[in-house]
Design a protein around this ligand. Structure first.
Ligand SMILES: *[C@@H]1O[C@H](CO)[C@@H](O)[C@H](O)[C@H]1NC(C)=O
Ligand SMILES: *[C@@H]1O[C@H](CO)[C@@H](O)[C@H](O)[C@H]1NC(C)=O
Length: 474
């Protein structure tokens, strides 16, 4: 931004710019129930208090016996107490859905923020919350619960109809008990939800700027004419888009792209199947050309990707290798691509879609991924090393890639390479975005303190995309 000050008597010598936070909210926003961003990723001896005072859940802390709660399926439920904390234990389970339930009444087009604290009697198990209503089943989130301590499940959903519903839980292993405590189900109207977003935008992205022109002695200049000229349209925060080599020969596309985005990644050009079509013959021509194009326009580049765990997307010659040969080839790949571009990229997707696929693990053992990250860190320790995954915030039904599973994988990698800078890559291929679930998942992942990037954002075209105010604003 360029600021110039003109005044008739040409006495202007100094500019003073005062920035002050915008504390003025409109009346509605000030009254809207605030959203509670709290998420715990520690397993605690006693659960924290329910968010939002429990919201519409009856007896949310399970302190009033079983009031409001009943057994679901064939399970048996009973109130217990441990270290002064009352909770309910679900036992005698025969089916995954045998659990505990509460009957609810939901409102159409309302966003529900859900949380609960879960413990299992033995080992550790994924436990999911399900909301059954007249229009079907909605998964409200999942956690990998442990024994001997309480884990927070944070999730949410949007209700598409007004009417009765029922909350229950699901966990595959029927030999364990599910213990529950400290529930919350907080409804938000779409207007309230939008007001939370507006408040955050104001807090994080906006500030009031007061400009005052003064003379040499510090006296305010009256009647100064101030002109402000915005120098570029690019935002001050990273926003990007993928490119491929077609951009190199298309000038209008180049103009459009370079005037908007501050960061990019290459669709295919850096991937292994592009750079080493036949073994030992590496060709980085396209990746080099795209990188040089991005640099020329001051656009940062994410490295995508070193390895991709999906068996469909390997260089063709990889499939016939023995485990020892594969291990060798992977080692060479990591060192080759990463050392070539060290210092020129802002991040690496090291193992792509590792929560859904296991091409390398199947051949090299279950420590394959942490080992790859250890080697990656040895080659380039200057930038964050990302996991990059889909459905973690997009689809609450996909048990393979929940935020809890993501955290498990991060911990496994960090266990081997303690000082690696890690990053959380969320592909963000949305059908209908589930805002409350997405928000809760970001809260959970954000509790790691690691950088979170939405790496491949797209939304299926659908009927609600032009809905004003709320749905297109996250
Ligand atoms: C169920 O959990 C128990 C306790 O952790 C464990 O010993 C058992 O192997 C699990 N069963 C299955 C099918 O995962
Ligand atoms: C400021 O500018 C206006 C219009 O040009 C003029 O009428 C007024 O006298 C000026 N005031 C001062 C303090 O110079």
């Amino acid at each position: 931004m360029e600021i110039s000050v003109l005044q008739k008597n040409n006495l202007i010598t100094m500019l003073l710019i005062l920035v002050c936070a915008d504390l003025l909210f409109s009346g509605f926003e000030a009254n809207a129930l605030p959203y509670d961003y709290t998420a715990s990723i520690e397993c605690l001896e006693t659960p924290l208090k329910p968010l939002h005072g429990g919201g519409i859940i009856l007896n949310p802390e399970l302190n009033m016996g079983l009031k409001g709660w009943q057994a679901f399926g064939d399970a048996k439920i009973e109130q217990r107490e441990l270290a002064g904390n009352k909770f309910v234990a679900v036992h005698a389970r025969n089916r995954p859905t045998d659990s505990i339930s509460q009957k609810l009444y939901l409102q159409q087009e309302t966003l529900y923020s859900f949380s609960a604290w879960i413990q299992v009697s033995e080992g550790n198990e994924a436990v999911a919350a399900v909301f059954k209503s007249g229009t079907g089943f909605k998964h409200g989130g999942a956690v990998v619960a442990e024994s001997k301590c309480w884990s927070m499940l944070k999730g949410g959903f949007t209700s598409d109809a007004t009417g009765p519903a029922e909350l229950y839980f699901e966990s595959k292993n029927t030999s364990i008990e599910i213990w529950v405590d400290s529930f919350s189900l907080q409804p938000f109207t779409t207007e309230e939800w939008a007001s939370h977003q507006d408040q955050n935008i104001k807090k994080v992205r906006k500030a009031k700027v007061r400009i005052q022109a003064i003379d040499k002695l510090g006296n305010p200049l009256s009647n100064a004419t101030i002109t402000i000229q915005q120098q570029q349209n690019k935002p001050g925060f990273p926003i990007g888009c993928a490119i491929n080599k077609n951009i190199l020969t298309n000038t209008p596309y180049q103009k459009w792209f370079t005037s908007r985005f501050t960061v990019t990644t290459f669709e295919d050009e850096m991937k292994w199947y592009s750079t080493e079509v036949s073994p030992g013959h590496e060709d980085y021509t396209s990746a080099d050309a795209l990188l040089s194009f991005a640099k020329q326009h001051n656009i940062a580049v994410r490295g995508h990707n070193v390895l991709w765990d999906d068996p469909k997307y390997q260089p063709g010659w990889l499939y016939s290798l023995s485990p020892a040969e594969l291990s060798n080839a992977v080692h060479k790949r990591i060192v080759s691509v990463m050392s070539r571009y060290t210092g020129q990229l802002i991040a690496w997707d090291v193992v792509n879609e590792n929560l859904h696929f296991s091409f390398f693990e199947n051949k090299l053992g279950d420590q394959a991924t942490p080992n790859f990250y250890r080697l990656a860190h040895a080659v380039d320790w200057s930038v964050p090393l990302f996991l990059n995954e889909y459905n973690t915030i997009e689809d609450s039904r996909d048990g393979a890639a929940t935020p809890a599973k993501y955290l498990q994988k991060l911990r496994q990698i960090q266990g081997l390479t303690r000082n690696a800078k890690m990053g959380i890559g969320l592909e963000s291929h949305f059908g209908t975005p589930n805002l409350a679930y997405m928000r809760a998942s970001l809260d959970t992942l954000g509790a790691t303190g690691l950088p979170i990037w939405l790496t491949e954002l797209d939304v299926l075209s659908g009927p609600n995309q032009d809905r004003p105010n709320t749905w297109n604003k996250f």
